[in-house]
Design a protein around this ligand. Structure first.
Ligand SMILES: [Zn+2]
Length: 489
């Protein structure tokens, strides 16, 4: 058959259990894995390769460049988030293509995009088409949640407290930047439908979703409308929940009967829902999330960078939650390396020592880490079964350089040991997305990533002078926001 590709590898992690096999042949046809079969001899010519499923990033925002390059590093979410306003708007195609290409280079072929900062240079329907085009050109499948919010635009509380500490020009700047009126609930709901219509003829997988940014940012009226809309249309929902300690404090005060119970009561919890973070969720809340069939996307590096803490992954698993791995655009080295992220995610959440001592909180194993990183998140993106090397499933595959992984070459060693001890994006030689080769020699084939990043840097340098007043005023605004949280939490 014309479109059949055959890959021969020295080893592979195959099936639902990610079991290690020896020399194997993977046959790809029509975008699917047709067969994975053992080879009697090691692979012939060519590099020694380890095949693993490509990863699926269950929570991301498709940020064009790291916000640290804009002076936003080293602070908690509550000041980091408003400071993102110093980033000028740039061409949405270039921005999204660069982000998707870095994600692919880092090992993922499907990405949940929560679009919380649209460029706004064109109507969102047009911007969404540009983002869909970028995903298709790079060769990744995306979930696409539209940001929805209508309360607490600056802090979790009355922003007068922040405004009072500023002089008039700074106050005007704050009002103009963060406190402009937001669209009504009906308008926000209609926009999601309009975006879904606008991208319906675009090639590639793009699953448009409701993207409430978080309970502290969304009125009950908005959340109820989303719960109803999702129930009626089947549209998925992607939302942040209990990411930081200040959010926990706010939630306990706003919802004394429980924030997750509230979400359950209004019908927001369902298998259509993915919740990002849940760092500060309690066991009873995790039990409700699990019972509803919603999943949680854990973003270990992002939580560390933003001083949010370490998500209670063992408790999530013990509660029966489907745990997926996300990168949140903030891998440990800000390079979108999903293999390193999986390593960190596993190491942070493995049971200490020899196990759980019977507590049931057994933590992540290599198998459950691989499942979270490759397979679970796909459901949140509206993708079918996958993230597993098995016949009949989508051919989303990474080929890793076994020679580089086994750098000392002293004796036969299980390559899974190397995967969970030292693998990173530099080891990815090739990647396949739905059967198409999208990465060769570590280089993204569909777009020119270095050229995209060069062009983005030039656009940002050109746009930044217009942000000078905000950059100048920011330290004072940041101090005022910080005082609010130090006082209240
Ligand atoms: Zn996020």
């Amino acid at each position: 058959m014309a479109d059949t590709t055959i890959i021969q590898v020295e080893a592979a992690l195959v099936g639902e259990d990610y079991a290690l096999t020896g020399p194997s042949e993977i046959v790809i046809s029509g975008g699917l894995i047709e067969a994975v079969r053992p080879l009697s001899a090691p692979t012939m010519d060519g590099p020694r390769l380890l095949a693993i499923p490509a990863l699926s990033d269950a929570h991301n925002h498709a940020r064009p460049l790291s916000s640290t390059s804009f002076g936003c590093g080293g602070k908690p979410l509550e000041t980091w988030l408003p400071q993102l306003a110093v980033m000028p708007s740039v061409d949405p195609y270039t921005a999204a293509a660069a982000s998707f290409a870095r994600s692919l280079r880092g090992g993922v072929t499907s990405i949940m995009v929560h679009l919380t900062r649209a460029m706004g240079l064109t109507p969102l329907t047009e911007e969404a088409r540009e983002i869909a085009r970028a995903a298709h050109d790079v060769g990744v499948s995306i979930g696409f949640a539209i940001s929805m919010r209508d309360r607490n635009p600056l802090i979790y509380g009355d922003h007068a407290e922040v405004l009072n500490g500023l002089d008039p020009s700074e106050r005007d700047l704050v009002i103009h930047t963060w406190l402009r009126p937001l669209p009504l609930v009906g308008e926000q709901m209609a926009l999601v439908d309009a975006v879904a219509n606008a991208v319906s003829d675009m090639p590639g997988h793009i699953d448009v979703q409701y993207g409430p940014t978080g309970v502290q940012w969304c009125s009950e009226e908005l959340l109820e409308a989303i719960a109803r809309g999702s129930e009626q249309t089947g549209r998925r929902i992607h939302m942040h929940l209990l990411e930081t300690r200040p959010q926990r404090v706010w939630a306990d005060s706003a919802y004394p009967d429980g924030i997750v119970s509230f979400l359950d009561k209004i019908g927001l919890l369902s298998p259509r829902l993915t919740l990002a973070h849940c760092v500060w969720a309690q066991p009873d809340e995790l039990a409700l999330i699990a019972a509803a069939g919603a999943r949680i996307a854990v973003n270990a590096s992002s939580n560390l960078h933003l001083y949010s803490g370490i998500a209670p992954v063992p408790a999530m698993l013990a509660a029966g939650v489907s745990v997926a791995m996300g990168l949140d655009g903030c891998a440990l080295d800000e390079d979108d390396d999903a293999l390193r992220e999986m390593r960190l995610f596993h190491l942070l959440n493995h049971a200490p020592g020899f196990g759980d001592g019977g507590s049931g909180d057994s933590g992540l194993t290599r198998q459950t880490a691989l499942r979270a990183a490759c397979s679970v998140g796909r459901a949140g993106l509206g993708l079918g079964k996958g993230g597993v090397l098995a016949a009949g499933l989508p051919a989303d595959i990474l080929l890793l350089d076994m020679v580089a992984l086994d750098r000392d070459a002293l004796m036969p060693v299980d390559p899974t040991d190397y995967l969970f001890a030292r693998a990173g994006q530099a080891h990815i030689v090739e990647a396949y997305s739905k059967g198409q080769q999208v990465l060769a020699g570590g280089t993204v084939l569909g777009v020119d990533l270095p050229a995209l990043e060069t062009s983005l840097r030039a656009a940002y340098r050109a746009g930044l002078p217009a942000k000078a007043p905000l950059v100048a005023a920011w330290p004072k605004i940041e101090a005022a926001i910080g005082s609010f949280y130090r006082g209240c939490c």
